[in-house]
Design a protein around this ligand. Structure first.
Ligand code: WTA
Length: 665
């Protein structure tokens, strides 16, 4: 990845040009004038990082104040706020009630079905949330859960998911939330790995208007692992469920009958809060471990800073599922620690009508909205007519997370959804980092479409070459975090060696955290995350990013979405293979569509980036969290049998794509 050339080739020059996006969006003056965080925070944090983070930790309520901000005596096993004690659930719930804000709505929950004209909704105040969390904590205690025990949560996007997480946190029992779309096998392997003794699930949930069952997967998981002692079942859909009296317990019985009194115990700042499994480069998922004090500090501070959160007036909505880290940091922990009112939505973006999301924004007056580029691109595909028919003038900041956002998608998001008023915060972070690391600040930064810009105050990150040397502006390399931060992962569950190997051995000498992403610093030193290092292609010795070519394709008026992979090629090492979804209004694109797109990429980036093959496809293979599975597309491009499709949201997509490939060659 290092810039080894003596002078930039014409290709590198043109890539740099693409990245030198000309459009800039200054913060709105009123937002800048009243921003939570201003430009001087960067200097303050740099001058004394530990003092800065101590100040952020003071956002929380501690039972015992810490002795030391950062204990770096045994790297990379860093500890934060040692000696301090606190309870995360108390911080997210009780303290708001004690401060007289018990009647404030914590969660506007919106169920997917719209039955008989009356929406399936629930407003939950902080006082009600405190009662339910206390009841759930008492019920879990009665089921034998105590401090240190692990609990798996396998639920749809219903309020009980948040209640369950907070009840576990209240007891000091680390939770592991397994996304409801995962299979019984995936659930069993996670339960097994962290030895969870209780699983909290539901009969089912609603997806596109149809009840879809969950409990059978737990029943099946119990045949694959012997760790599960009790299963606590929320009744959501009323579906028939198989029942084992020795194991299964209804939520409404156990939680419903429990006392609303529960005194939270204060735990050590480094007490484990949760384990979140994420895929690594090998087959076995990694159990990312987050602890209490530093994590909650990071989640609360970043939510305050990056969304310029005004808890008195803002209505916040993050569309992520609680089964992913975004749902942990920016639905459960950050927003609730900050005492905000938020929307929680159960279903899919376009059910039962294409404008469902925009209607929710209109109905609840959402001011801060956080979603993923993949969703934005799929809305782009449908055009602006639907969103234009809703009043979304309440919106003041839009966020993006999960993958690089193409400049065109960024501009569409800002223009069509944000009415050209709203800054877009492109937030780079990972399950491992626990909280946002690189992002514009909405009241400070003049945003560039496609760039995550700079590390936020308190975070130190850089782009380095193979040797770990900071690359000059205008060059690319590896994204690293150069000093520890409070919400960092502490280890991989039960596997300290893999933790050290995966993240800390690549730049061991420098002691940098290796994020696994490639990035580029532009001429101003702003950071453009290019995607996972393994998605970077090498074509005839030239480095090309899948994202750059995807951006070029998406900037063509007929293209809605694209995915690019590097396929092994006997002549050039790797060759570019592009899969493209056309916009509805483009029809089949016309007879010359392939040439048109190919010429477009050629003119946008250069001849070297011209795809060897372009395939027009109806859909792209995505994981249930919306990430494109390039590995499968690479299989097709290289003529191999398509590999494991277990984590795909819709496995039949690969059959369609493979069939298209067979006829196109
Ligand atoms: C990618 C999600 C570019 C990146 C919070 C990272 C991004 C991985 C961005 C982590 C962004 C996330 N721009 N790439 N704003 N945000 N990524 O663990 O490759 O599901 O390493 O965490 O997503 O994904 P994860």
């Amino acid at each position: 990845m290092s810039d080894q050339s003596t002078g930039p080739s014409s290709t590198e020059q043109t890539i740099s040009n693409l990245l030198k996006e000309e459009r800039r969006f200054e913060p709105p003056a009123d937002l800048a004038a009243s921003a939570n965080v201003t430009a001087d925070a960067y200097d303050a944090a740099a001058a004394d990082r530990e003092a800065f983070w101590a100040e952020q930790a003071d956002r929380l309520t501690w039972a015992t104040k810490w002795d030391q901000v950062l204990d770096d005596s045994n790297p990379p096993f860093f500890k934060w706020f040692t000696g301090g004690t606190l309870n995360a659930s108390y911080n997210c719930v009780d303290r708001h009630v004690e401060a007289g804000r018990g009647d404030k709505v914590a969660i506007h929950w919106v169920g997917e079905p719209i039955t008989g004209g009356a929406d399936d909704t629930r407003d939950i105040t902080y006082a009600q949330l405190k009662d339910e969390v206390s009841q759930a904590a008492n019920a879990l205690t009665a089921l034998g859960v105590s401090k240190g025990d692990r609990v798996a949560i396998y639920l749809p996007m219903i309020p009980e998911a948040i209640v369950a997480m907070l009840a576990c946190a209240r007891l000091g029992a680390p939770h592991t939330v397994v996304f409801g779309g995962f299979s019984a096998d995936a659930l069993a392997s996670r339960v097994d790995d962290c030895e969870a003794k209780v699983v909290i699930t539901s009969d089912g949930g609603y997806r596109r208007g149809t009840p879809s069952a969950l409990k059978p997967a737990v029943d099946e998981a119990r045949t694959k692992t012997d760790k599960i002692e009790k299963v606590l079942v929320v009744r959501r859909t009323g579906q028939e469920v198989a029942w084992d009296d020795a194991v299964d317990v209804w939520w409404h019985d156990a939680v419903g009958s429990a006392s609303t009194d529960h005194t939270p115990e204060a735990f050590d700042a480094e007490h484990p809060l949760y384990v979140m499994y994420t895929s690594g480069t090998t087959g076995k998922p990694k159990g990312i471990l987050h602890t209490t004090g530093g994590y909650l500090t990071g989640a609360a501070y970043t939510h305050h800073a990056v969304f310029d959160l005004k808890p008195e007036t803002d209505v916040y909505w993050c569309t992520a599922d609680v089964g992913w880290v975004t749902g942990h940091s920016y639905i459960a922990y950050g927003p609730l620690a900050n005492g905000v009112t938020q929307v929680l939505y159960e279903g899919t973006p376009d059910s039962p009508e294409p404008g469902r999301w925009w209607k929710i924004i209109q109905d609840y007056g959402v001011t801060l909205f956080y979603t993923a580029p993949t969703a934005i691109r799929s809305f782009m595909k449908q055009g602006s007519e639907v969103p234009d028919s809703f009043d979304m003038s309440s919106l003041r900041i839009l966020g993006s997370v999960g993958e690089p956002i193409n400049p065109e998608a960024y501009v569409w998001y800002r223009h069509v959804i944000g009415g050209d008023r709203t800054p877009v915060v492109d937030t780079w972070w990972q399950t491992e980092t626990g909280a946002v690391m690189i992002s514009p600040l909405p009241g400070v930064t003049a945003g560039k479409p496609g760039s995550a810009m700079t590390p936020i105050p308190g975070i130190e990150a850089d782009v380095v070459d193979d040797e770990g040397r900071s690359v000059p502006n205008g060059s690319g390399g590896y994204l690293v975090v150069t000093s520890p931060w409070p919400s960092m992962l502490r280890t991989l569950w039960g596997d300290d060696d893999r933790y050290v190997d995966t993240y800390w051995s690549r730049f061991k000498k420098q002691g940098f955290y290796f994020a696994g992403d490639g990035a580029k610093k532009d001429e101003d030193g702003d950071i453009w995350v290019l995607g996972r290092v393994d998605d970077v292609m090498n074509v005839s010795g030239h480095r090309l990013s899948t994202t750059e070519i995807e951006s070029a394709l998406v900037s063509h008026p007929k293209v809605a979405e694209s995915a690019v992979v590097g396929a092994t090629d006997p002549d050039t090492g790797q060759a570019v293979v592009a899969y493209v979804i056309l916009r509805n209004e483009a029809g089949d694109g016309g007879p010359d569509i392939i040439k048109e797109l190919s010429d477009h990429v050629r003119s946008q980036i250069g001849p070297i980036a011209k795809p060897r093959q372009i395939m027009i496809v109806p859909e792209l293979p995505k994981t249930r969290s919306g990430k494109i599975m390039r590995r499968l597309l690479r299989d097709v491009a290289e003529g191999r049998t398509v590999g494991d499709t277990q984590t795909l949201a819709d496995a039949s997509i690969m059959d369609l794509i493979s069939a298209g490939q067979a006829t196109s060659t």
